[in-house]
Ligand binder design. Structure first.
Ligand code: NDP
Length: 253
């Protein structure tokens, strides 16, 4: 593996499972020091051990980034430890589905808290450091990759609030891209279709059964597929910015 990210420092949120876990491993393979952020301490500890056993460098930051103070502390801790920050992958998220009528409003609040607020808090705290890295960091360019979804492009019944959070991520990403790209902070959105992760498991049993019967995708993407796409986005030459990447399984129309 070439060390295109040698000397860089990356934060990956939601690294305790799924896409974030695979992304942390992929960026470490490219030579980045990776700070892995999530709430499940044991999962992060195992991931750090795996990355280090493979010759990489990683650091676990246990944080609930839906909480602004914890998100800000997570970024500060990484910058204090590694001295700078070059890459932020805003991946942590939650997808709780169901009709609007009689919905559990608490589920909506939890989704908005992580899919939108968590992403905003991390971005706000990281941006000054990323702008600095774009001037005097090892690559003179920095990256934000926001993980949206196919559901950020197309709305569907029973996905309403998840759609709202991901459409919001797309809009925010494009606005920020226009603000900072010419300062060499690249801001891109990645919109996966179905990926085989724990994401659906947080839904209640009825929704899980319904998804299994009606919406099952025969061959979903694997987390490693998305990790590879994220690695692609952040390893482009300094002159090149991938603003949007839509990654679908071939078995999903
Ligand atoms: P997982 O459920 O496997 O991973 C979600 C991650 O988010 C976990 O590591 C979880 O860690 C973390 N997380 C959730 N809430 C918080 C919080 N408050 N603070 C910190 N971390 C948190 O799902 P995926 O890997 O599939 O999801 C990753 C992203 O990809 C999400 O944004 C999702 O919307 C998006 N996506 C997924 C698709 C799919 O089909 N799987 C398709 C399109 C987009 P912990 O619980 O330890 O805190």
């Amino acid at each position: 593996m070439t060390s295109k990210l040698a000397g860089t420092v990356a934060i990956v949120t939601g690294a305790s499972s799924g896409i974030g876990h695979a992304t942390a491993r992929a960026l470490a393979e490219h030579g980045a020091f990776v700070a892995v952020v999530a709430r499940r301490r044991d999962r992060l500890a195992t991931l750090v051990a795996e990355i280090e056993a493979a010759g990489g460098t990683a650091h676990a930051v246990v944080a609930d980034i839906a909480d602004r103070t914890q998100a800000e502390r997570a970024v500060a801790e990484v910058v204090e430890r590694f001295g700078h920050l070059d890459i932020l992958v805003n991946n942590a998220g939650l997808m709780l589905l169901g009709p609007v009528l009689d919905a559990d409003v608490g589920e909506w609040e939890r989704m908005i808290a992580i899919n939108q607020n968590g992403l905003l808090y991390m971005t706000h705290a990281a941006l000054p450091h990323l702008l600095k890295a774009a001037t005097d960091g090892p690559r003179e360019v920095a990256d934000i990759v926001n993980i949206s979804s196919q559901a950020g492009r197309e709305a569907s019944a029973n996905f309403g609030v998840y759609n709202m959070t991901k459409f919001g991520v797309n809009g925010f990403t494009e606005a920020l891209r226009q603000e900072v790209t010419q300062k060499h902070v690249r801001v891109g959105v990645l919109e996966p279709g179905a990926v085989d992760t724990e994401l659906i498991s947080h839904n209640n049993e009825n929704i899980r059964e319904e998804l299994a019967s009606s919406d099952a995708i025969p061959e979903p993407l694997q987390s490693a597929d998305i990790a590879e796409s994220i690695a692609f986005m952040v390893t482009r030459p300094r002159r090149s910015s991938i603003a949007e990447l839509w990654a679908m399984p071939t078995s999903q129309a």
